[in-house]
Design a protein around this ligand. Structure first.
Ligand code: QAP
Ligand code: CO
Length: 170
């Protein structure tokens, strides 16, 4: 078991587009374990491999209150099921202390591979849907801050760069 180091916005490595996983083997299963441990330790409800500087298409998500609903999704994708959208207050382990509203499709069909390398699909809405879409964005090099105004993006960059500097002198 290993806790992984999380990259913080505006780190350029968060812009890397992750490559698909060709074979789901023990290396991927160990990565999933370490990502879940890192997410639970934070604590958070979702983490993409991009955030721990591994540029392969795998995410972990658990939106339950009691860490009872871990989902590991490999090569995940979503298809929106209707035009209904929802606005959620999003946060991100790579953007600590920042929360803001993002609008996304509500009901989506999620397709992925599981830890056995088998195709799975399920419908998601509400927080689960938002969280999966947010994590897939990371695999494409996108951060939720990208949906906010340029003014807000600048303020967030300044705040996090200042915090990083403070940490460096401690
Ligand atoms: C993505 O984010 C998400 O700022 C997962 O100081 C979040 O787990 C999708 C966290 C909300 C939809 C809605 C954030 C922890 C955790 C922080 C997270 C922080 C500590 C964020
Ligand atoms: Co995030």
């Amino acid at each position: 078991m290993a806790k992984l180091n999380i990259l913080h916005y505006p780190d350029a490595r968060l812009r890397t587009v992750a490559r698909p996983i060709a074979v789901v083997d023990d290396r991927i299963r160990q990565l999933a374990k370490d990502m879940a441990e890192t997410m639970y330790d934070a604590p958070g409800i979702g983490l993409a491999a991009t955030q721990v500087n591994v540029h392969e298409r795998i995410i972990v998500v658990d939106v339950s209150d009691d860490q009872s609903d871990l989902r590991v999704l490999i090569n995940p994708s979503v298809i929106k099921l209707d035009d209904h959208t929802k606005v959620y207050q999003e946060g991100c382990l790579s953007v600590p202390g920042v929360y803001d509203e993002v609008e996304r499709p509500d009901r989506v069909l999620v397709q992925a591979l599981n830890l056995q390398g088998e195709p799975i699909q399920f419908e998601a809405d509400g927080l689960l849907s938002v969280c999966i879409q947010h994590e897939i964005d990371h695999l494409d090099g996108k951060v939720f801050v990208d949906y906010l105004s340029r003014l807000k993006q600048g303020r967030i960059q300044t705040k996090l760069q200042k915090e990083a500097r403070q940490k460096a002198v401690l």
